[in-house]
Design a protein around this ligand. Structure first.
Ligand code: ATP
Ligand code: LTN
Length: 333
């Protein structure tokens, strides 16, 4: 008998433009797996509003993000691509799971602590209970793997804890998913501050490379990347965080090992190394940027993709939600 395909699922908030970090940490892994897995990827617009968004920008960015997913290699024929708010089951299961997550657990989430420090005037309930909605996103589809960057590991672990607690009360309702985190590229650091994560909400500081940045911008960002006062290319994240981060980026885009990179640049200073990394990134992102710009002009095509995606996702999600409602004791409609 043919074995059932395993399932993968992930999402990204359209809270800013996609970055080289989100590409190397997450999307690159998604695109490589479409043949082996049944794949669901979405634009997490419900999550985006935990931080205040301009409505016009949010709408535009959600569609741009879809165009960029496709341009990164996610074929809509082989992957289910949808907008989170179009599949109402996410918000509904999110509420239920709120009742199975503990205040103490939610208080320990690093992302909550970081975001509340950065948005002190808007520490809202959604920001706090965000991992419950994320757990719902995941558990609705019973995935085997959740491909994310290292910063999301804690949320996937909490999803596990919530699912285990729920299963403990009601029997085996949810499958426990595993995070799927790449060996190289799981945590790309800012080019201007290699001790903090490259992030789309902090692009102004010159440390973030956007997927849609033109080649001149990328070249400039890499030339200015912060390194150290030594002059040799060597991998040592504790002592040489800047150079090590550039090596990680170079390794992730070229497939070369750290040893190979050290050998390639032996005897050459950062003046040669930094532009070479920039060039490799430019060539990786060029086809993505061109294809995404082309797709953005075809709104009818994008609409067809997200409508079909929501229809398929909703069908699967409803099955899980119905089961959950029955287990907790809601009267059937
Ligand atoms: P924000 O700044 O709005 O919180 P972000 O830039 O951190 O956003 P997310 O939308 O949170 O990006 O992340 C999208 C996906 O990319 C997640 O799976 C996340 O783990 C991964 N990711 C984000 N930034 C990086 C990074 N610097 N290195 C590796 N992976 C990353
Ligand atoms: N929390 C993630 C985005 C996200 C997600 C998900 C990732 C929302 N729902 C479900 C994987 C699975 C983030 O902030 N990057």
């Amino acid at each position: 008998m043919e074995e059932a395909k395993k399932t993968m699922l992930s999402g990204i908030k359209p809270s800013g433009d996609l970055t080289l970090g989100s590409y190397l940490g997450a999307i690159k892994n998604w695109a490589a797996r479409a043949e082996e897995y049944d794949c669901y990827y979405f634009m997490a617009d419900l999550h985006a509003i935990t931080v205040r968004q301009n409505p016009v920008d949010l709408r535009r960015r959600t569609l741009e993000q879809l165009a960029q997913y496709i341009a990164c290699g996610l074929d809509p024929e082989k992957n289910t691509l949808f907008i989170q708010s179009h599949v109402h089951q996410h918000a509904e299961l999110g509420w239920v799971l709120n009742c199975y997550a503990m205040f103490g657990e939610l208080s320990r989430m690093t992302q909550f602590k970081d975001k509340s420090a950065k948005n002190a005037d808007n520490i809202n309930g959604g920001l706090f209970t965000y991992p419950c909605l994320m757990a719902a996103d995941i558990l609705l589809y019973q995935p085997d793997y959740v491909p994310v960057g290292d910063d999301q590991r804690q949320h996937v672990e909490l999803c596990h804890a919530i699912a285990r607690r729920f299963n403990g009360v009601y029997g085996d309702v949810f499958k426990l998913p595993e995070p799927y985190i790449p060996k190289v590229g799981a945590r790309i650091m800012s080019l201007s501050d290699p001790t903090s994560k490259m992030s789309k909400s902090e692009e102004e500081n010159g440390g973030t490379v956007l997927l849609m940045d033109p080649p001149e911008t990328i070249a400039r960002l890499f030339k200015r990347a912060v390194t150290d006062s030594e002059t040799f290319v060597h991998y040592d994240p504790a002592r040489k965080p800047g150079v090590s981060n550039l090596m990680t980026i170079y390794s992730a885009v070229t497939g070369k090992s750290y040893d190979e990179i050290e050998a390639e640049f032996a005897g050459q200073g950062y003046g040669v190394f930094k532009p070479a990394v920039g060039e490799a990134v430019i060539e990786t992102l060029r086809p993505i940027r061109e294809e995404a710009s082309r797709l953005m002009k075809d709104k009818a095509y994008l609409e067809g993709v997200y409508r079909a995606g929501a229809e398929k996702a909703s069908h699967i999600a409803e099955k899980t939600l119905r089961k959950v409602y029955k287990k907790v004791g809601f009267v059937a409609r």
